[in-house]
Design a protein around this ligand. Sequence first.
Ligand SMILES: Cc1cc2nc3c(=O)[nH]c(=O)nc-3n(C[C@H](O)[C@H](O)[C@H](O)COP(=O)(O)O)c2cc1C
Length: 233
Amino acid sequence: MTRFFLGITGASGHVYARTLLRTLLTAGHSVDLVLTAAGAQVLSHELGIEVEADGRLAPGALETLAGPGAAAVNSWAPDQVGAPAASGTTQLAAVMLVPCSMGTLARVAAGFSSNLVERAADVALKEGRPLLLVPRETPLSEIHLENMLRLKRLGATIMPAMPGWYQHPAGLQQLVNSLVGKMLDSLGVAHQLCAGWEELSEPPSEAGCEPQWPPAKTAGKPAPEKSGGERRR
Ligand SMILES: Cc1cc2nc3c(=O)[nH]c(=O)nc-3n(C[C@H](O)[C@H](O)[C@H](O)COP(=O)(O)O)c2cc1C
């Protein structure tokens, strides 16, 4: 059993973290799991899973996220900076921040270590162990790009949440699988999530994504009235 660290931050894309976590557990690995405070908010927003007041996932919520392998997850609070992952003496196969907000990315690039997620990433850099960051933001500012370049030069793998379409995904989960498959490839972890280039099927006669005209509005809550300075994500 290999031990991994998964930090889930407040960027969008928690579906990637869920598939990554479940795939590692199914393969028999263990995972130290931490959500930042913003990560807890986005987890609730995107997947409807609530985090306890102490910042950890209660057993039921953990099972909803991690599936049947949840027993091999150690759930830590972000302020538990004395947890094993905060020390270089703990042999972690990789530290993965999925998804990684631009805030966490900037703090890791600057060596802040203000919570357990940032500290685990800092330890991976100082120990020369694999550090995988999956940022999600668009468009990217110069600050974002400079921080990513700095981390890449320090040895991190930067894998923006940009799933490829060349595998002819038949649905959203296949797009998720293709990106998580690349994450696992980069860490040398075997998986069956997606086909390699030489196994690709022919393009489907009906692509999984057909334009509708006139475009149908995305289902969901009605959009709030926009004030002039409202922030876009
Ligand atoms: C619903 C929602 C979606 C967000 N999506 C992103 C995102 O995709 N990328 C990003 O960098 N920040 C995003 N943010 C903002 C971060 O959560 C915010 O900057 C936060 O302070 C990051 O904290 P953390 O790095 O400690 O997790 C989002 C926030 C919310 C509430």
